[in-house]
Design a protein around this ligand. Structure first.
Ligand SMILES: Nc1ncnc2c1ncn2[C@@H]1O[C@H](COP(=O)(O)OP(=O)(O)OP(=O)(O)O)[C@@H](O)[C@H]1O
Length: 225
């Protein structure tokens, strides 16, 4: 669950990132966050991840009071979420298997658990047969699927996808959204930021549109009305 209560973010140079935003996203929703460049989408995500702190207002994410959180609690918050970036951010000198396994190794997961979990998520994203490939040997869409597997491997309750289709051919973009959709169907909350109206027009999910740091519109999920 994500809740913003009257949240504003003013950057040190006086620019407003967000202005008095109040919004609630329940566990299990799949929400698109739409907005043009400079609208405030990244600010919204950074506040959720505690990469930035709000100037005023209250933020709750997965039972963490993010707005008043101590720095030492941040790793716990981050472990409750999986993050997918536009530029994939795979480790170039590790193969697909190790890129995914790395996310488990850093949290001290036992090897026997890792041997079950990594093939499971690679199967979910349809990449078992590419486990030994290096990132440079994969297409953009495949690299993003590895990033998705890595985000999923710690069983997060929330996936944040920041323009995940921004570097992918349009035909493959739908494949990524469909994959997020099937992950959502097993209960994971999905927040996907995009500026691609065309892509999300085909879906019936809730769409929060941000403009000039405020919520311009909040279209409900048409599947549930
Ligand atoms: N570190 C910063 N210092 C000052 N102003 C900032 C900073 N980061 C963002 N801004 C400003 O805050 C506003 C919102 O920016 P934000 O990055 O959240 O937009 P965005 O919707 O993510 O845009 P894009 O799609 O281009 O990434 C913009 O006016 C931007 O210039």
């Amino acid at each position: 669950m994500i809740e913003f209560k009257n949240v504003s973010k003013v950057y040190p140079n006086g620019t407003y990132g967000l202005k008095d935003v109040s919004v609630k996203i329940e566990q299990g929703e799949f929400v698109f966050v739409l907005g043009s460049s400079g609208a405030g989408k990244s600010t919204f995500l950074k506040l959720i991840m505690h990469e930035e702190t709000p100037t005023s207002g209250e933020i709750t994410v997965n039972d963490f009071k993010v707005s008043s959180m101590k720095q030492k609690e941040v790793p716990l918050l981050r472990r409750s979420m999986g993050i997918v970036f536009q530029d994939f951010r795979l480790i170039p000198n590790m193969n697909v298997y190790d890129n995914v396994a790395f996310a488990l190794r850093v949290t001290g997961t036992p090897t026997r658990e890792l041997r079950k979990r990594v093939p499971f998520v690679l199967d979910l994203v349809g990449l078992v047969d590419k486990a030994k490939n290096m990132p440079t040997e994969l297409s953009g869409g495949e690299q993003q699927r590895v990033a998705l597997a890595r985000a999923l491997v710690n069983k997060p309750s929330l996936i944040i996808a920041d323009e995940p289709t921004g570097n992918i051919d349009p035909e493959l973009s739908m494949e990524i959204v469909d994959m997020l959709d099937s992950i959502n169907k097993v209960g994971t909350t999905i927040l996907m930021v995009t500026h691609e109206h065309e892509l999300i027009r085909r879906y019936e999910n809730r769409i929060i549109t941000i403009e000039n740091g405020t919520i311009l519109s909040d279209r409900p999920d048409w599947r549930s009305v």
